[in-house]
Design a binder for this molecule. Structure first.
Ligand SMILES: [Zn+2]
Length: 241
């Protein structure tokens, strides 16, 4: 029975560690996705900034073109003899100047907007860098944890095999069968007459038989192999996990 209790403890531990190990890759993936999202957002902001810079350059160029047109219009003006043409040329110059003024206002607005865009980009860059750093740390930690789990599992498997070899084979067969049917828990302590796994009270007479401990007994409710949990001989095995 002591061997079975040990075996059960190993099996529970192995199951726990396997479940933990399975979570590792998913945890790395989840962090990877978070980082990819932040990087995509940063790229979006940087694209916005680039589009904005292109627009600014185009506006500057348009202003230059207008300056050229103004120069030409001034030259043309000095060569005009008729009053009517002179008036028309002046009107054209006025139009160009108004257009230029409007563009100059939008250049100022573009510059102000650029400041905002640059600071957003900087913030996002900082955040992404921080996340990358955190991601690398976390991944390293998770991989280390998984390596440690592997080492623990190997050790546990070895001890489990040793435990199996020492256990009576027909008893082991029963244990394995129950383990398969009963969600991994094949044996159960009974304390103060109550099965600690299914929480059902067992008849007092059966409990007395169990305390005597001269035969293998199964819980009348959940069918798991029972042992007297208050028995001092079993105490050292409990809390081992
Ligand atoms: Zn039970």
């Amino acid at each position: 029975m002591k061997l079975l209790i040990g075996l059960q403890a190993y099996d529970v531990l192995i199951k726990e560690k396997l479940a933990l190990k399975e979570k590792g890759p998913a945890a790395v993936r989840k962090r990877e996705e978070g980082l990819a999202e932040a990087e995509a957002l940063l790229q979006e902001e940087m694209d916005k900034l680039e589009t904005h810079d292109t627009l600014s350059r185009e506006t500057e160029r348009e202003i230059q073109d207008l300056d050229e047109r103004l120069k030409k219009a001034d030259v043309k003006l000095s060569g005009i003899a008729s009053n009517k043409e002179y008036k028309a040329a002046l009107k054209e110059i006025e139009g160009i100047k108004r257009e230029k003024e409007a563009l100059e206002i939008s250049v100022i607005e573009l510059m102000e907007k650029k400041d905002v865009l640059v600071s957003t980009c900087d913030d996002n860059q900082k955040k992404t860098d921080e996340m990358k750093k955190q991601f690398n740390q976390d991944r390293k930690q998770i991989l280390n944890d998984m390596k440690k789990l592997d080492r623990d599992l190997k050790k546990l498997e070895k001890e489990r095999v040793r435990c199996c070899k020492a256990t009576d084979q027909s008893l082991l067969k029963k244990y394995d069968m129950l383990k398969g049917h009963k969600g991994g828990i094949a044996i159960t302590p009974v304390i103060k007459g109550v099965c600690q796994t299914c929480r059902m009270a067992i008849p007092p007479q059966k409990f007395n038989e169990l305390i005597r401990g001269d035969k293998l007994m199964n819980c009348p409710n959940c069918a798991r192999i029972m042992y007297w949990g208050e028995d001092e001989r079993y105490q050292e095995n409990q809390g081992k996990s």
